[in-house]
Design a protein. Structure first.
Lengths: 409, 409
């Protein structure tokens, strides 16, 4: 039988989605499953965007330009101005979400077996895209004790070798919620200048920042414009995960021109989604404020509830809608399976993403889970109650004394 | 300055799109440009599909399953039955058009520097995807003299080596219009069985077949189900190029499961497009017949007009809506640029795709162009008149005597 490829064999199953069959079974058995495993917001997609799509007169749904509709890129340019990001329509390419944006950037900037440094834990699919592009991920540890802040420059320098071509960050971060300060971004800039590295930043959670107006962007860094590449997406911002519209933004013309060649090969981004996102980008300040307040409230509720659970260690998320939590358990995957299959609290249970899926360092994250706080307050409190009760009876609970209940930073 | 990748540098600019700036300039100067360079049909997208999308109640536009919505896959299963293709919903994955389908299949089945054999000329973007996946394309010549029929088995066997993992075909063919017969597919089957190769077939033009009811599929081949992988797309069939919905279909479970891992990494296909395509797939027989009759008429008009032009060699397309034509010219790219910049006939001119972009063999296709007959009869006749007049005055016309005016096969 014709064999599939090694890269196909090595490609990981999504840690975020692989428990899905167990959750389906639990639901079939009548349990209510709180889905905190995936960054699928419950907030309604802006009605005006859906309505604008519906009132558009489509005669022939044609290919759009490979770089995306000009009117959509113009809408992005206007939108970015609010975040002190000054770019032009020819400094961006519209993609199928931030996922394709990253894949195209990796292909455009790195050769097979080149290396990209990524602070760990990181969004699991980064490994998948690197694997698909035959690129090596070099993880650099960030830890729950320091709130997952930027590792020290020394730690970066230890990892940089002749094949290192880029540093990839996500800020506000999925899965930790940490958000890099301007100072931290300046430190990254210095490393990238010193070693001539690309700095790639996934900034799809820009507005979901709870310690200020919005999260700083790498595109605000001066003197490193030829190295900074920002990845963006409408998915989370407008609760539009299914539209599949994102962007690559960079002032490096060579990067954009190269990315466009990959963009031309796949012809064009989706037309319907582009229309809806162009409209969504015109959201009022009130819209952004209300959404942010909702997530901030949920974050506070989550932390409050976590603080009531004995033996749990957590950090303080500054942004996005995720956090990584350390539990008194033997194994993350076992626990996340067990809570679906062998546990319920008053007919309810919770689906989490196992922590180890966000690490490539062997053995790391085995006592961690990622929680996505994408459900409303009452449900979140119920879900945390489930977690508390589950930890009381989980057979793999470890007895060793953990440090403090909570690290408050 | 941080350098882009070699694969980025080597990625070709789309031969179909790279003359766009010249066409834009011609239009700005007041010329009417007949766009026969790109497979963008002018036929209206089915109204019922647009209406079904518009009447759908979207509250939260969520991620769909990575493999695509079940109801869409069910609609595909029903649709395929009409073409004697018996598959189930778990033998397919919904993709961003046939483009992503091919990229995922190449990544799933071939390792870097493995080889895929492709009859030449072939759809230019196959090279791009192979390049992005670091796969080597081994071209096998098909020629205008034999109507671009399947090369002989001997020719295939000469190319097969230890790194050969697959044969990739497109039938009905872009750019030649040739369509493989069941006998030819049986021959390919024998080669794939003998050398244990995947047989990948791009069948997006299934209905546009002018020598019978519909083009035969590789999924009809018996005893080779573990090797056949079909790529599909709604783009051309329903004049929906911008929706970006296609599929990978195979009875090889390992291929589908591996493809799904790549699918999970990019999360999900576009939701709006899936709704529209699910509806479009329920098209009546009348719809398909009328569209096919329209393209058949255009094909006949095109051939009639080409037969009036001295020194032009053409083949008889059996399907799709393209044909490759040999002209008495020195250089395809020069001619295709010149006709946009330095020529007009009564204020009109034509945009073609240069032939050499459909070849990887150096020097091949230099006297050829691809014509996409995606405009209505009158415009097609005007465009061919432009071509005839252009050839009379083109400074790079070659004087050597070509064989017959037309090869009729």
């Amino acid at each position: 039988m014709a064999k599939i490829s090694d890269r196909g064999i090595n490609m990981p199953l999504s840690p975020i989605r692989k428990l899905s069959p167990l959750a389906a079974k639990a639901k079939k058995e009548g349990k209510f499953v709180h889905q905190l495993n995936i960054g699928q917001p419950d907030i309604p997609t802006p009605e005006w965007a859906i309505n604008d799509l519906k009132s558009t007169d489509f005669k022939v749904v044609e290919y759009s330009p490979s770089e995306g509709e000009l009117s959509l890129r113009e809408a992005f340019v206007e939108y970015y101005k609010k975040y002190d990001i000054e770019v032009t329509t020819d400094e961006m390419i519209i993609t199928y979400g931030a996922s394709e944006a990253l894949m195209i950037v990796l292909l455009s900037c790195l050769n097979p077996w080149d290396e990209v440094i990524v602070p760990e834990p990181f969004y699991a699919n980064y490994s998948s895209f690197a694997g698909a592009a035959d690129i090596t991920v070099k993880p650099i540890s960030s830890s729950i004790e320091s709130n997952f802040a930027l590792p020290s420059i020394d730690e970066f320098e230890k990892l940089i070798g002749p094949r290192t071509k880029a540093i990839l960050i996500c800020s506000p971060n999925n899965p930790t919620g940490y958000t890099y300060s301007k100072d931290e971004l300046e430190k990254l800039k210095k490393i990238c200048l010193k070693y001539d590295l690309f700095l790639i930043s996934d900034e799809v959670y820009r507005e979901f920042y709870y310690h200020g107006e919005f999260a700083p962007s790498i595109l605000g860094l001066k003197g490193v414009e030829d190295k900074t590449i920002m990845l963006d997406s409408a998915s989370k911002r407008y609760s539009m995960c299914g539209v599949r519209v994102g962007a690559i933004v960079s002032k490096n013309k060579e990067v954009i021109q190269t990315a466009l060649k990959f963009g031309q090969a796949r012809l064009s981004p989706p037309q319907f989604g582009q229309v809806a996102v162009e409209s969504a980008l015109k959201a009022s300040d009130t819209y952004y404020r209300e959404v942010k307040e909702e997530y901030k409230k949920r974050k506070d509720v989550l932390i409050e509830e976590l603080s009531k659970i004995e033996g749990v260690k957590y950090s303080h998320p500054y942004g996005a809608f995720y956090t990584v939590v350390e539990l008194p358990i033997d194994d993350d995957e076992k626990f996340c399976s067990w809570i679906l299959t062998d546990f319920d609290f008053e007919g309810e249970t919770v689906m989490f993403a196992p922590g180890s899926g966000f690490y490539v360092t062997p053995g790391a994250g085995k006592r961690e889970i990622r929680i996505a706080y994408v459900v409303e307050e009452e449900k979140l409190r119920r879900a945390m109650k489930c977690l508390r009760e589950a930890l009381k009876v989980y057979p793999g609970r470890i007895s060793e004394q953990l440090p403090e209940n909570a690290t408050s930073i």
